[in-house]
Design a protein around this ligand. Structure first.
Ligand code: ATP
Length: 366
């Protein structure tokens, strides 16, 4: 079965700004994927293309096997979109607001009533039914936006920074709703700056930096290290000179000293396999390093993200092939795309810097 979201060599340039620069990834059906990156990394631009609100400069993206470029109308019925900012209408209650969107989506009669009731119950909007939609708290507004995005029972939810500006309680509520949706089998693609929270609710994390994917993996392997993330980190303590670790590492290319410490060092072993760590420890002891402590480090996700960025800066990160430095999409990629049915080569309406370059109007957009 194809992935719920499948992106291949996707580019979006705004004039000279390479907002999205040749990214590829797959998100399986029924999983929650966190999309992480600094301000300006390319998250919103990627999500807007997936939501059919913007055209790729080049490359392909599919939702449940349907191309966002060739069949945007079909895609809109498959996705629920929660933008980072959305407008509310004045003088419209929560109930009227949902009713308006349910009508726009084509629901009539009992079906419309039951869709509205269902999303109001799910997003805890029943007590707010008569409140003006533009006078809600941030947390209530996000629940209303989620309710609106779920009206047509989409298979895939794309959420751009839904937790931004929420207080801790509202964040917990949102996290809870997202987990329920995932248990119901929906695929959720969610961007956030709050890495620790994403780690708790996501099956995988996708890191983007300067328009390129720099890592895609699960939170556990990020915390404990993985081969893809460059190995695993260990704390070593010795009962002789702390330098004895760095001296030993010089002759062992699979091991790197990340930080010298008072009683030893923090090292990285290039493979995250426990057997490899056992080999390293055995060899150290055999070579006369007086190890008193050796344990695998659990990093928090922020540190893991920064470590991966650091590796990229050093030029030794495992970047996807399409992420190599380039000034324009290479000829080989153009040819590949031209010869692939599912990868249409798109000319955007314009590649000049522009505001909110909509690729179409969706009843889900605001
Ligand atoms: P943030 O976390 O701050 O929302 P982001 O990761 O979502 O950031 P994007 O909004 O995708 O980043 O922006 C990526 C880059 O593309 C930025 O340099 C941004 O200024 C630029 N950009 C985005 N939209 C446009 C546009 N319509 N015209 C020109 N440049 C744009």
């Amino acid at each position: 079965m194809s992935a719920a979201i499948s992106v291949r060599l996707l580019y979006r340039y705004f004039g000279t700004i390479k907002a999205v620069n040749g990214i590829s990834f797959d998100i399986p059906h029924g999983s929650v994927c966190g999309f992480v990156g600094a301000n300006g990394a390319g998250k919103t631009t990627t999500m807007r293309m997936l939501a059919t609100l913007d055209y790729p400069t080049m490359g392909s993206a599919e939702i449940c096997g349907v191309s966002v470029v060739n069949h945007p109308d079909k895609v809109r019925s498959l996705i629920g979109w929660m933008p980072d900012h959305f407008g509310n209408y004045e003088h419209m209650t929560v109930l009227e607001y949902l009713d308006f969107y349910a009508r726009a989506l084509g629901y009539t009669g009992n079906e419309r009533r039951s869709r509205i009731e269902e999303v109001m119950a799910f997003a805890d909007l029943v007590p707010l039914a008569d409140r003006l939609s533009n006078k809600l708290s941030k947390g209530m507004t996000q629940r209303l936006c989620l309710g609106r995005a779920l009206l047509h029972d989409p298979q895939v939810l794309i959420m751009d920074e839904p937790a931004a500006g929420l207080d801790p309680r509202a964040r917990v509520e949102l996290k809870h709703l997202i987990r329920i949706l995932a248990e119901e089998g929906k695929t959720i693609f969610i961007s956030s700056h709050i890495l620790s929270e994403l780690g708790e609710m996501c099956d995988s994390l996708l890191f983007i930096n300067a328009g390129r994917i720099i890592h895609h993996g699960d939170a556990e392997s990020l915390k404990h290290g993985s081969d893809e993330a460059g190995g695993a980190f260990y704390d070593i303590q010795v009962d002789d000179r702390p330098d004895s670790v760095s001296d030993w590492v010089v002759l062992n290319p699979d091991v790197e000293v990340i930080e010298s410490r008072k009683k030893g060092a923090r090292i990285r072993i290039s493979s995250a396999e426990p057997a490899k760590a056992a080999d390293v420890l055995r060899k150290m002891v055999r070579d006369g390093v007086r190890v008193t402590e050796f344990h695998r480090e659990e990093r928090n996700l922020e540190d893991a993200f920064i470590d991966i960025l650091g590796q990229i800066e050093q030029g030794n990160a495992d970047i996807e092939p399409s992420g190599e430095l380039q000034t324009s999409p290479p000829q080989a990629i153009r040819e590949l795309l031209e010869n692939t049915d599912s990868s249409p080569l798109q000319s955007p309406p314009s590649t000049e810097p522009e505001e909110g370059n909509s690729g179409g109007t969706s009843p889900l957009s605001s």
